[in-house]
Structures are given as structure tokens and as C-alpha cells.
Design a binder for this molecule. Structure first.
Ligand SMILES: Cc1cc2nc3c(=O)[nH]c(=O)nc-3n(C[C@H](O)[C@H](O)[C@H](O)COP(=O)(O)OP(=O)(O)OC[C@H]3O[C@@H](n4cnc5c(N)ncnc54)[C@H](O)[C@@H]3O)c2cc1C
Length: 390
């Protein structure tokens, strides 16, 4: 016999758990079940993420979503307290340093103006001011940087675990089963069936399957334009422990790096030639040929290092405009998506979860307007214009 619930969430990564948690935090009294097929989160994007969070976007809604999320992260321990225990998400607000060339300077200034008009404390740093913060950089070709001290990085797994713990403490049920079918009736999504043949019926089905969102869309008989793309990260031990922590440094080449614990740094650079696919292979040669030389040029101190660990995860990319999709699918009532974050998921999760929770609970947006992220923008030709950095 089918179980009856009010909301079924497919995927217990940061998006599914933020949605569940936001629903219960705002007093939703219905019964929520989250299906997560991978109890150890080996392949989910959240646990494999670099955890960078920044206000520094060009598109207004992206700036607003990051601002909301960063405010939440600043008080996360308190907000996610369960039985007197406050989670530590290791949020290090060391800023994002967005280095620019002469060519990109006008665009940076324009983006900064928009950020400042929305209350973001971002400022322009001259090369001299950059070197005061990071004296070991080689600034060849760089004319300045955007810097916001409230940006930074955090532990993505800890964020997800905190949401899950809080949601469970308020009665959300987590089941470690794979959803294999989205049940339909009269054009609506009405429930799910799992690999273990369990049926759960609910008027609201949320696709929070990250890189697998396209596949879950197909289970519901609709197109969800999300594809998985491999992205690699490299943890390196550097020869000296710097006496200052590195902010997240973003090079015009797409290289990014930041401090990790001890004398480790975390480095990434998207291989934009990678074809879509569920590919988790690591590629040491990519580091040797495409990443390390750029890193050593920008930070000559790192021309010696030891590659400690490398891993690959999946960006969940919407190929239309590389930005989030949030909302009900126009061709399948009752079937919602929170996905396609294209490398921005950690910085948008608190806001995205809250917005979707409001849409489910009240039938419309309240504190945060996520309507620019609706599916309908594709058919209407209202694509989001945002520079893709990673
Ligand atoms: C290498 C890398 C670096 C990144 N760096 C950053 C960064 O610096 N800053 C930032 O903001 N973002 C970053 N991101 C992006 C961010 O991590 C993601 O946007 C975010 O984690 C997506 O969360 P999610 O919950 O949608 O997906 P996931 O964490 O993948 O969760 C989806 C879950 O759904 C489950 N699932 C799928 N199908 C089913 C099914 N049929 N039944 C049951 N369960 C199912 C999966 O097991 C998975 O656990 C990075 C991502 C990667 C891969």
C-alpha cells in the first residue's frame, strides 16, 4: 500500500536538505520525506565541492541570492542548533579576490557598481593594495581586483549535514532508497516509486537530484535541461606555511585557489572542453599541463608543491544560460526543480531552499523572488546573462 505524504524530495544533497529544512523552519506542518540513494554521499556534488561563496556576481538576482545565503551562513551555528549543539561549517570570510586584466576592467567596474547598489561591501583594489593582502602574487597583466571581505569559503559537507540534522529534528524523514519512477495521473506528478517497490504519494514532488536532475525529469516524462560536467579539484601541500591565509583568488584564466588546513591549498580550473557525462575519473596530467603552470606563474612560491589528493565531481549545468532553475515544471504540475546551479550551488543553497519552500507552502514567493530562475524563461527568451567564471 502506498504511503501518503505532503512533500517528496528526491535527493538529500544541500538543495534537497535546505528545502526540507526551510519548510519546517517556516512552520510547514505537512509530512516531508527525502529520498537519498547514497547514504555516504560519495558522488553527490555537495561533498565534492570547493565551498567558495561570493557576492560578486553581475546578475541582480544572483547577487541577492548570495547576499541572503551569506547572511544565513554567518549565523548558521545558531540557526541549525539541535539539542544544544551548534554545527561548525568552518566559514572563513577571507574574501574573494577577483583579479582582472585591462580588458576586463570596465566589466568589473560595472558589476561592482551593481553589487554596491545592492549593499555589497565590495571595493576595487589597486595592484599595490592586492600585494598588501597577498604579497607572494605575481601580478603580471593584472590591473586590479574586486574584493569583498564577507566572501569566503566553507565546509560544504558540514552545511549539508547541518541541514539534514535540523530537518530530521523537526520530523523530516530521510530514506536511503533510489527513486526509479515518478508516478503521474491526469498530467500531474502524484508520487514516486523506489527501486525497492515502495510507493509514496504526495501532491508535491521536488527534483533535487543535482547532476541527475535530467534523469529524474525523464522519469516524470518531461525535459529538464540539466547535464553533468566533470570538474576536478586538487589539494596540494606547499613548501612553506604562509603567515597569512589566502582568500579565494580567481585568476582571469579561470584558475582559482585558496588556503586549506595547514600548509595545504585547494586549487581548481574548469576544463571547459570536457564533454557532458557521469565521469568521475581524475586526470593528473591535466593538473601537470593545464593547472600547475598557471598557478606557479601567478604565485611563483608554488613552483614546488606536492599533489596530495585530487578528485572529480560534477557540475550540474543548464546549457541554456548556466544559471539555476527553480520552480514548478510548466508541463508537469506538482513536479518542482531546484537545480542547475552550475558551480554556484553552495553560495545559493540557503536562498534557493527558502524560495522554493515559500513557493510550495504559500504558492508564491515572499522574502526572495526566484521567478527569474523559472523554467518559463527559456521559452520566453529571457535568459540570464551572467559571466561564467568557473
Ligand atoms: C568540483 C566542484 C566544485 C564546486 N565548487 C563550488 C564552489 O566553490 N561554490 C559553490 O557555490 N558551488 C560549488 N560547486 C557546486 C555545488 O557543489 C553544487 O551546485 C551543489 O552541491 C548542488 O547540490 P545538490 O543538492 O543540487 O546536488 P548533490 O549534492 O549532487 O545532491 C543530489 C543528490 O541526489 C541524489 N539522487 C540523485 N538521483 C536520485 C534518485 N533517483 N533517487 C534518490 N536519490 C537520488 C544523489 O545521490 C545526490 O546525493 C562545486 C561543485 C563541484 C563538483
Amino acid at each position: 500500500m502506498a504511503l501518503i505524504r505532503d512533500v517528496v524530495i528526491i535527493g538529500g544533497g544541500v538543495m534537497g536538505s535546505a528545502t526540507a529544512c526551510s519548510l519546517v523552519a517556516s512552520g510547514f506542518s505537512g509530512q516531508i520525506v527525502v529520498f537519498e540513494r547514497d547514504p555516504v554521499h560519495q558522488y553527490g556534488s555537495t561533498g565534492l565541492s570547493a565551498g567558495g561563496v561570493r557576492h560578486q556576481f553581475g546578475y541582480e538576482t544572483n547577487i541577492r541570492f548570495s547576499s541572503y545565503s551569506i547572511r544565513q551562513y554567518e549565523q548558521f551555528g545558531e540557526l541549525m542548533e539541535v539539542d544544544g549543539r551548534r554545527p561548525d561549517i568552518e566559514f572563513r570570510q577571507r574574501g574573494y579576490l577577483m583579479l582582472v586584466t585591462e580588458h576586463d576592467l570596465p566589466r568589473l567596474r560595472e558589476r561592482m557598481q551593481r553589487q554596491q547598489s545592492l549593499g555589497v561591501e565590495v571595493s576595487f583594489l589597486s595592484p599595490g593594495a592586492i600585494l598588501e593582502r597577498v604579497p607572494h602574487l605575481d601580478l603580471q597583466g593584472i590591473v586590479g581586483a574586486g574584493f569583498c571581505p564577507r566572501d569566503g569559503y566553507l565546509d560544504p559537507y558540514a552545511v549539508m549535514a547541518a541541514y539534514e540534522a535540523k530537518a530530521k529534528s523537526r520530523g523530516v524523514q530521510y530514506l536511503h532508497e533510489e527513486v526509479v519512477e515518478v508516478l503521474r495521473s491526469g498530467g500531474r506528478a502524484i508520487g514516486v516509486r523506489t527501486a525497492g517497490s515502495r510507493e509514496v504519494h504526495a501532491p508535491v514532488i521536488v527534483n533535487a537530484a543535482g547532476p541527475w536532475a535530467g534523469e529524474v525529469g525523464a522519469m516524470a516524462g518531461v525535459e529538464v535541461p540539466v547535464q553533468p560536467f566533470r570538474r576536478q579539484l586538487f589539494s596540494c601541500i606547499v613548501p612553506v606555511e604562509l603567515d597569512y591565509p589566502l582568500p579565494m583568488i580567481v585568476d582571469p584564466s579561470g584558475l582559482y585557489f585558496r588556503s586549506e588546513t595547514g600548509n595545504r591549498i585547494l586549487v581548481g580550473k574548469s576544463d571547459k572542453s570536457a564533454p557532458p557525462g557521469f565521469d568521475f575519473r581524475t586526470d593528473r596530467d591535466y593538473f601537470l599541463d593545464q593547472v600547475w603552470p598557471v598557478l606557479a606563474e601567478r604565485m611563483p612560491l608554488f613552483d614546488r608543491l606536492s599533489l596530495d589528493r585530487l578528485w572529480a565531481g560534477l557540475y550540474e549545468i543548464n546549457h541554456h544560460d548556466h544559471n539555476a532553475i527553480i520552480g514548478e515544471h510548466p508541463d508537469r504540475k506538482g513536479f518542482y526543480l531546484i537545480g542547475a546551479f552550475s558551480g554556484h550551488g553552495m553560495m545559493q543553497a540557503p536562498a534557493a531552499g527558502k524560495a522554493l519552500a515559500d513557493l510550495i507552502q504559500y504558492g508564491g514567493y515572499r522574502e526572495l523572488d526566484a521567478s527569474p530562475y523559472a523554467f518559463e524563461r527559456f521559452a520566453a527568451g529571457r535568459l540570464i546573462e551572467e559571466e561564467t567564471l568557473f
